[in-house]
Design a protein around this ligand. Sequence first.
Ligand code: PBG
Length: 329
Amino acid sequence: MYPLRRNRRLRANASIRSLVRENSITPNDFLVPLFVVEGKGVKDEIPSMPNYYRFSLDTLQAEVKLLWSLGLKAVLLFVKVDDNLKDNRGTEALNPNGLMQRAIKTIKNTCPDMLVMTDVALDPYSIYGHDGIIENGKIVNDTTVDVLAEMSVSHAEAGANFVAPSDMMDGRILSIREALEDHGFTNTGIMSYSAKYASSFYGPFRDALDSAPAAKDHIPKDKKTYQMDYANRFEALRETEMDIDEGADLVMVKPGLAYLDIIREVKNEFDVPVAAYQVSGEYAMIKAASEKGWLDHDQVMLETTMAFKRAGADSIASYFAKDVVKLLG
Ligand code: PBG
């Protein structure tokens, strides 16, 4: 006789499938990345990220209200900085009246319970498009970390709930934690981009912020001296462990889909919440293939979102957040 076990019984119809489904997607799963620019009435589509926009502070208010109405409760802020404000040291990042600081206040005034997380790295402020300060053609660690700590305090002063260092300098979590504590921001959290790989999937994001590493003489053209080598797995665990020891409340793996193995390992190894970042290039690939009619956009979007949950992500930073939540109704 055929085996007593027939696995297809649990797949026979939609009702039984939903009964035994192991993972689900809800609005609670998402962090929504937002790109902010100067100006008024701006809602500027990013060419390599179809249906994704840069917002000025006024249009940002409407967007944040919309997100909140959809049940999306956390945003991850990035700013596009005017060229004339860029330098090597990221001076503008510390401006209490800078675009990031105003964006934080705008969101907090519009939607006080929206969780505001801010990107902490120098690249949008750097004339070289690097996450740190450059001296003699090298990205210097400790001087950069001092600026990142000040930047974090500045974001906390403006009202950020969490700072999200995405720079991969050594020791920055400890310095940021100490600086926040010293300034009385004991409740400001840190979401660390702990295992962030030197990836070619960040291209569209760098278009969005005009922040690609400069093609200038004696300046590194990639971020491989600070972001991780994508051949490595154990290194991700080491990085994550150090960040947790230094005071990270949440840790992140980035990019997403090509690194599901790392998400699972981090989830199994540590007991802090793990976020995954489905990055700009992942978004662009799905958009481009579905524009050509080669993929079913909505179904692929849901499938990849579920993949992050299955891999163990507690939250997902995704440009699809709004679309997924709308689709699920
Ligand atoms: C900046 C930063 C990057 C991303 C998030 N923060 C780009 C980079 O490191 O070059 C990429 C996000 C994306 O591609 O969606 N430090």
